[in-house]
Design a protein. Sequence first.
Length: 137
Amino acid sequence: MRLLLDEMWSHEIAFQLRRHDHDVIAATEREHATRYSSTPDPVVFERAQGDERAIVTDNVADYEAARLEYETAGEPHHGVIYALAPAFNRHRGDQVIGPMVLALDRFLDDHPGEDPFNGVHYLRPAPPCAHRSASSR
């Protein structure tokens, strides 16, 4: 499964997940910013479909509208993963990076090779002892 982190998430999350061998990019990374950053959400959703990526966001209202528009038109999509507060409160800045990395790492490990066509997932926090530390990988 390939992911796109919406622009509210730090590119550090994508960097750490790539170190765990996951295919994750962030809208805020320099090489992806021209395609995804400061772009209307329906366009981000459409571009992510072209890039075969599920979107990780906390913006339920806009992405549900885009997702439902695709589904109503009979168009498949690569899924949306909602990471919501309080567990994934983006306003916590760098403090949310670790919990996001652990939860997404667990999610991706639990769904190897799966592409969640038309899927909607709500990210859950990883239990404290659910993963090996990054240094043991």
